[in-house]
Write a protein that binds this ligand. Structure first.
Ligand SMILES: Cc1ncc(COP(=O)(O)O)c(C=O)c1O
Length: 341
C-alpha cells in the first residue's frame, strides 16, 4: 500500500468528479463564454456573499493578482513571516508587483492587530515604502494548519480601515478553517477586499483557484489574469470539478482533521519525537529528537514502508491528510509508526 502524505494536493479526481467533468458544457472562457466556469464563479461568489469571482489555474496566481490589484510598484504589504505569498511564490510579490513585504513575527503564521498597526509606515514619511495592503493566510500552511481567531481578523480590518489599507485573505485552505470552526463563509466575504480559495487542495480537484472580490476588483483581475497568461479556454471541464467539490467535499474535511489529530496523538507518544505542534486541521508539523533518531533515518524507515512525508526545513517534518488518504491507509500508517524506532 502506497501512502502519500506530502500534501493535500496529491489527490486524484474521484469517479463522481470525473463523471461531472466529462459531462461539463464548455465554451471559450477567455471570451467569458464557458457556462460551467461562469456557473462556478457565480456559486463561489454566492457562497462567500461577494460580488464577483474569477477562476484561475493556481492559488499562486490568485494571490499574485490580488496583490497586483491592491498595490503600486514601490508599495509595501504587511504579512506574517510564514506567509505563503512571501516564502513560496517565487518572489512574485516583487517580480509581479514591485512590492516589498514587511514581515511580522507572529505565532504559527498569525499576527495580532497590534503587530499589524505597528508595522505600518507613516504615509507622510516619503523615505519609507508606502504601506497599502495587509495579507493574511487561513489556515496557515507553514503554521501547521492553524486557524485564526475571527475576532482578531475583525480587529485587523479596523486597523486597515483606519489606515486606508486593503485586506487580502490567502484562503487556499479556508474551507478547512470554516469546517473546523463552524464559521459562516459570508462573514469572511464581508470582512475582506479579496479572498483567494483553492479547489486543488483539500477539495480534491485536479486544478483551480478562485479569486473573490468586488465587481470592480474582479474586472481588474480579468486583465491581470490575461497579462499573467492565466486565461484558459474550455476550462469548464476543470470548473465542473470545482462545482462537484463544493457540493460533495467540504463537510468531509472533518474526517481529514480527525485523522490528523489521531496521527498527532500517536506521534506525541513516541519516544523519538521531540515536539508535535498543535493540530487544528489537516496539517501536522513535528520534530524528531535527533539524539534518539535522525530525521533522515525516520524518513528512510517511512520510505521502506512506502510512506511519503515532507521536510519543512529547520528540523521540522510535515504530514498532510487528505481525501485520498483512506481509513485503511490510516490504520496501516498508525501501525507502521508504532514499529519505527
Ligand atoms: C496557503 C497557500 N497559499 C497559496 C498556495 C498556492 O497554491 P498553488 O500551488 O495552487 O499555486 C498554497 C499551496 O500550497 C498554499 O498552501
Amino acid at each position: 500500500m502506497i501512502i502519500n502524505l506530502i500534501s493535500d494536493t496529491v489527490t486524484r479526481p474521484s469517479a463522481g468528479m470525473l463523471e461531472a467533468m466529462m459531462a461539463a458544457k464548455v465554451g471559450d472562457d477567455v471570451f467569458k463564454n464557458d457556462p460551467t466556469v461562469n456557473a462556478l464563479e457565480a456559486k463561489v461568489a454566492d457562497y462567500f456573499g461577494m460580488e464577483a469571482a474569477l477562476f484561475f489555474p493556481s492559488g499562486t496566481m490568485t494571490n499574485q493578482t490580488a496583490i497586483k490589484i491592491h498595490t503600486q510598484p514601490g508599495d509595501q504589504l504587511i504579512c506574517d513571516k510564514y506567509a505563503h505569498i512571501y516564502n513560496y511564490e517565487g518572489g512574485g510579490v516583487s517580480f509581479n508587483s514591485g512590492v516589498s513585504c514587511k514581515l511580522v513575527d507572529g505565532e504559527r503564521g498569525m499576527m495580532t492587530a497590534k503587530q499589524v498597526e505597528a508595522s505600518i509606515n507613516p504615509p507622510d514619511f516619503y523615505h519609507s515604502p508606502l504601506t497599502t495592503l495587509v495579507c493574511i493566510e487561513n489556515t496557515t500552511n507553514k503554521g501547521g494548519g492553524a486557524c485564526w481567531d475571527f475576532e482578531e481578523l475583525k480587529k485587523i480590518r479596523k486597523v486597515c480601515d483606519e489606515h486606508h489599507l486593503k485586506y487580502h485573505l490567502d484562503g487556499a485552505r479556508l474551507w478547512n478553517a470554516l469546517v473546523k470552526k463552524g464559521e459562516d463563509p459570508k462573514a469572511y466575504g464581508q470582512l475582506f477586499d479579496t479572498i483567494s480559495v483553492c479547489l486543488s487542495k483539500g477539495m480534491g480537484c485536479p486544478v483551480g483557484s478562485v479569486l473573490l472580490g468586488s465587481k470592480a476588483d474582479i474586472d481588474k483581475a480579468l486583465r491581470i489574469r490575461k497579462v499573467f497568461g492565466g486565461g484558459m479556454r474550455q476550462s469548464g471541464f476543470l470548473a465542473a470539478a470545482g462545482i462537484y467539490a463544493l457540493a460533495n467535499n467540504i463537510e468531509r474535511l472533518a474526517e481529514d482533521h480527525k485523522k490528523a489529530e489521531e496521527i498527532g496523538e500517536l506521534l506525541g507518544s513516541l519516544d523519538f519525537i521531540k515536539k508535535v505542534e498543535p493540530i487544528e486541521t489537516n496539517i501536522i508539523i513535528f520534530e524528531i529528537d535527533e539524539e534518539k533518531m535522525s530525521s533522515e533515518e525516520f524518513l528512510a524507515q517511512l520510505t521502506q514502508n512506502k510512506v511519503s512525508i515532507i521536510g519543512m526545513g529547520q528540523g521540522k517534518l510535515r504530514i498532510v491528510t487528505h481525501l485520498d488518504y483512506t481509513d485503511e491507509m490510516h490504520a496501516h500508517f498508525l501501525k507502521i509508526l508504532k514499529t519505527i524506532g
